[in-house]
Design a protein around this ligand. Structure first.
Ligand SMILES: O=C(O)CCC(=O)C(=O)O
Ligand SMILES: [Fe+2]
Ligand SMILES: [Mn+2]
Length: 231
């Protein structure tokens, strides 16, 4: 029985379950659905700890963020060949100073992601993935990052895959459209790895999600021991 389950898991996980294939006949994504998973139990398990908000920023706001980010990024080179890195084809920066307009956008992110008074990292993480870039499955360091990760997605849509660390058969894909905000908390942040799929694998519910250069702007809170230390 174990062998059979393993075999089923291996054949099922990269493709889509029959349940989800049925939905493909409708508009894409079906019912505006942004989450797809290996089974309904895993979708339910993560329901309270994953959020995707489409059109969280306007095109104009995306442009204003890019204007401030681009000069810093352009001075760096994309990194490709560090086999040990979780991220491939990227450059990044951390930023604490923002123009008033962008401060207001980031404050909106913080307001929906974190309850009032939660100690947050002052530095905002800006990650620029090349068209060929991708993020391998990983769990963010519990030493440096608290229970919530909130990321704004600029320039390109992409697919984020969450896979249970207990059972690789349990996975959920998120459709992260350009200008959406995603939030991972609790279970999704601690018990599942997250990854951004490479161009060749960038498929959601059977539909190709074209990948281009993608920039994420990520706000995080502090782990509890850190926030206690600064009080
Ligand atoms: O680009 C993203 O949205 C996720 C980045 C990420 O997983 C990380 O920096 O730990
Ligand atoms: Fe991460
Ligand atoms: Mn390295």
């Amino acid at each position: 029985v174990d062998l059979l389950q393993t075999w089923l898991c291996r054949t099922m996980s990269p493709v889509i379950s029959p349940l989800l294939i049925l939905k493909l006949k409708g508009p894409f994504p079906p019912n505006g659905q942004l989450l797809a998973g290996s089974n309904s139990a895993v979708l339910q398990y993560l329901a309270g700890s994953v959020e995707v908000r489409e059109r969280f920023i306007s095109e104009e706001e995306e442009g204003i963020l890019l204007q401030e980010i681009e000069p810093t990024l352009k001075r760096k080179r994309y990194e490709y060949d560090h086999w040990d890195d979780a991220i491939h084809g990227y450059r990044e920066t951390e930023k604490s100073q923002w123009t008033e307009r962008n401060k207001a956008i980031l404050q909106r992110v913080r307001d929906v992601a974190f309850p009032p008074g939660v100690p947050q990292l002052a530095l905002v993480h800006v990650l620029d993935l090349d068209k060929k870039g991708y993020i391998k499955p990983h769990v963010d360091s519990v030493k440096f990052c608290g229970n919530t990760i909130a990321g704004l997605c600029l320039l390109s849509s992409s697919v984020m895959r969450l896979v249970s660390e207990n059972d690789a058969c349990d996975w959920v894909d998120l459709l992260l459209r350009r200008r959406s905000l995603y939030i991972l908390r609790g279970r999704a942040r601690y018990e599942f790895t997250h990854a951004i799929l490479r161009e060749e694998e960038s498929v959601f519910n059977g539909e190709k999600v074209p990948r281009n250069r993608r920039i994420s702007v990520i706000c995080r809170n502090l782990p509890v021991h850190e926030s206690q230390a600064v009080q």
